[in-house]
Structures are given as C-alpha cells and as structure tokens.
Design a protein around this ligand. Structure first.
Ligand SMILES: [Zn+2]
Length: 178
C-alpha cells in the first residue's frame, strides 16, 4: 500500500493496540487544512477537538506517539509563530500551561516532550498551520517499533483519550480564561 507522503509526511503509521486489525491509515486527501476544519467542528471523539476558546484550541493528534499526545493550536490559519498577536500569544502560553496540568492529572506521566516543528524541512506534518505538540512520557515507554517499523504501538484509542481529557478541558472552557 502506498502511503501518500504529501499528506502526513512525518507522521508514523499507528497501531492502536485494542483495534490492531482495524488499523487504517487515511489515504484520502483531506479537503483544505485539517486544523481549520477542526476549528469549525464541535468537540468530539470524531473531530478530535477537546478544547476551544475564541482564539485557541486543543486537538488530539490523529497519529499519537504516546497516550495523551495533544496539539495546542491557534484557531486562525497561521504558519509563523512570530505572526501570532500578543493576545493570541498570551492565550497560547496559558493553554499550554493548563494542558500540562490536565495531562499530569489524567496520565501522571514522568515527563513531557513538547515543541513546534516550523516548516516542512523541520519536520512539520502540516506546515501551513502552526501547532504545538505536547507528548506525555513515561519511563520505559520507548520501544523499538518507531525505529524499525515506522510504527508506534499506542495503548489508548483516540476515543478513550477524548473521554479521559474532555471533562477537564470542558471545565477550562467554562472558566473562560483563555
Ligand atoms: Zn488552517
């Protein structure tokens, strides 16, 4: 099967272990920007959206490297970090902070990887729309799959992640501070 590298060039194929046999990598080219479509969608396990404010949102990574791998993004279609407004920047950093708190509460990880890949050459899967990865890490969670098979074993389904995280992010939405 040919994987269309233009769509998710740096995402790895994912086996969600409870549904190994149902593993399907979407090869259909999404219409337009996936984050802009997410921005228009309601929070749900299907849309992968778990938080939305006026300017920011949190989306579950469709091809997670680990449980609780989320993306904090502006709702506006913007590629360059320096083009965020002061207001967006403030909301963005606040949302990263609150997201870390929630992930700690839900998953009790030992650490995190987080950051942004800016530009295709830097490894951005979707370079046109800025997104900040937050990936919970646990001691011993690395395995040989990503190295040899471009395949990562993920214990939790996106629906399970949604159900775990959504109540906390919904509470944050209600607060209206971001
Ligand atoms: Zn976009």
């Amino acid at each position: 099967m040919k994987i269309n590298e233009d769509i998710w060039p740096d995402e790895r194929a994912v086996l969600e272990s409870p549904h190994r046999l149902e593993y399907v990598r979407r090869l259909v080219k999404p219409k337009g920007c996936v984050f802009c479509s997410a921005s228009k969608a309601k929070a749900s396990a299907e849309s992968l959206v778990i938080f939305k404010s006026q300017s920011m949102m949190v989306v579950l990574n469709k091809y997670p490297y680990n449980n609780g791998h989320i993306l904090v993004t502006p709702r506006r279609h913007v590629a360059d970090f320096e083009k965020l407004t002061e207001k967006e920047l403030r909301a963005f950093t606040q949302l990263v902070k609150e997201s870390l708190k929630i992930l700690k509460k839900v998953y009790s990880p030992d650490g995190f990887n987080m950051g942004m890949n800016l530009g295709k050459v830097a490894g951005a899967g979707i370079p046109a729309h800025l997104h900040h990865h937050i990936i919970p890490r646990w001691g011993g969670d690395t395995n040989f799959f990503p190295l040899i098979g471009k395949t990562k074993l993920v214990v939790e389904t996106s629906e399970q992640s949604y159900n775990q995280l959504r109540p906390y992010f919904a509470k944050l939405e209600k607060k209206g501070v971001i």
